[in-house]
Design a protein around this ligand. Structure first.
Ligand code: HEM
Length: 373
């Protein structure tokens, strides 16, 4: 696949060096997109079963009539009914159906904006997709994105997952509208949308994850601890099957979003453009002078010049450890290289723990951005 295919249209939201919250909120507001759901269509019913086919047809014709006759506000309920009917009729979703889910996520996020004026939702969606995948253990073949076990306590309550209820609740709304999609597929598709809609590279993705049960949940301690060093990073990400280069590329996810004192205890964003994926995370690591923040919270670094940005101890080791540093430098100097490697490694991350035979397609798909024709 050529790299140009991987590249999503750039919608930069770079910010000035000082950014009051309200101004930041206005600047990062991604322009509103239009979304229209075409009339419901019949799913591909088994051709050999005429009765089933006619039955499905009747359900969909009825739903279709209602769809056209009801007002906009009523249409959501009708669409839910249609989705429920599809589930009952052993509906086999196509790539277009998954694209509709993608578009719905994008619309939902647009509508939500930066809710309550403090938090930006795309980054937390990426964090959900990463945390559902990052529990994978290659030796025991447990964890990963397959079963979406973060729905269950105690995994949902693990310290590393603090605040992800925000993303799960958001996705639950989408799930109500598209009950046929598994949580693992929905959450990882949300992560794909997050990267692509925040102007990052295309993330090859395909569905096939299935909903698991609470007994498949993973024990606490599988996700990285931000207060640790390079040995810890290698142990945690090595368990998932990632190399040094991949650890550094994945860490570029911290180009977006921020830490929240009421979630992880850490505070602040990593970059001046926290809703745009760029290699700024690496550039800032090299270009700024970082000092330990003097405060009552956990050990974190702040940039000397504005004191408005932060780095976690695990981010900072990327420029301290010799092997990590080599890759971080390469990404700081070459955004194209970062995009290419970030795309590959995030695609790999989101497929952790999913047996290949479960995927519906032999090769991952490239989903369209919400405003792509
Ligand atoms: C290298 C090990 C990692 C550590 C120790 C780590 C740790 C953290 C911590 C402590 C937060 C703050 C949570 C909060 O207070 O809201 C955070 C946020 C975030 N992380 Fe990581 N992370 C790591 C890797 C990753 C990876 C691999 C990705 C994605 C590819 C990622 C994406 C994010 C995003 C997007 C946020 C912001 C969420 C928001 O704004 O609500 N992180 N991470």
């Amino acid at each position: 696949m050529s790299f140009s295919l991987l590249r999503a249209p750039i919608r930069r939201a770079a910010l000035p060096k000082s950014f009051p919250r309200t101004q930041l909120a206005n600047q990062i507001r991604i322009s509103s997109r239009r979304f229209s759901t075409p009339p419901p269509e019949a799913g591909p019913a088994p051709k050999s079963n005429t009765i089933l086919y006619v039955g499905i047809g009747a359900v969909f014709v009825a739903a279709g009539v209602a769809y056209f006759t009801l007002s906009d506000s009523g249409s959501t309920a009708v669409k839910s009914g249609v989705q429920a009917a599809k589930v009952k009729a052993n509906f086999v979703p196509t790539k277009e159906d998954y694209q509709k889910v993608y578009n719905r996520i994008a619309k939902k996020l647009d509508e939500a904006g930066n809710y309550d004026g403090r938090w930006f939702l795309w980054p937390v969606l990426l964090r959900l997709a990463w945390h559902t995948s990052g529990t994978y253990d290659k030796d025991t073949k447990t964890g990963g994105s397959n079963y979406a076990t973060m729905r269950f306590s105690p995994e949902s309550q693990h310290g590393a997952n603090a605040g992800l209820n925000v993303a799960r609740d958001l996705m639950e709304n989408i799930k109500q509208e598209f009950p046929w999609i598994s949580y693992g597929d929905l959450w990882t598709l949300g992560g794909v949308a997050a990267v692509q809609e925040m102007a990052g590279p295309k993330i090859p993705w395909r569905p096939g994850r299935i909903d698991g049960v609470a007994a498949q949940a993973t024990p606490d301690g599988r996700l990285p601890d931000a207060t640790q060093g390079s040995d810890h990073l290698r142990r945690i990400f090595g368990r998932m099957g990632f190399s040094d280069q991949e650890i550094v590329a994945l860490s570029g996810g911290h180009a977006v979003g921020r830490c929240h004192t009421d979630r992880s205890g850490f505070d602040g964003p990593w970059t001046f453009s926290p809703t745009t994926i760029t290699n700024d995370f690496y550039k800032l690591l090299f270009d700024e002078k970082w000092t330990w923040k003097k405060w009552g919270g956990p050990k974190q670094l702040e940039d000397k010049s504005t004191k408005s940005l932060m780095m976690l101890p695990t981010d900072y080791v990327l420029v301290q450890d010799k092997s990590f540093k080599k890759h971080a430098k390469a990404y700081a100097e070459d955004n194209e290289l970062f995009f290419k490697d970030f795309s590959a490694v995030v695609a790999k991350l989101f497929e952790l723990g999913v047996p290949t035979e479960q995927f519906v397609a032999p090769e991952p798909w490239i989903m369209k951005n919400a405003d792509e024709k």
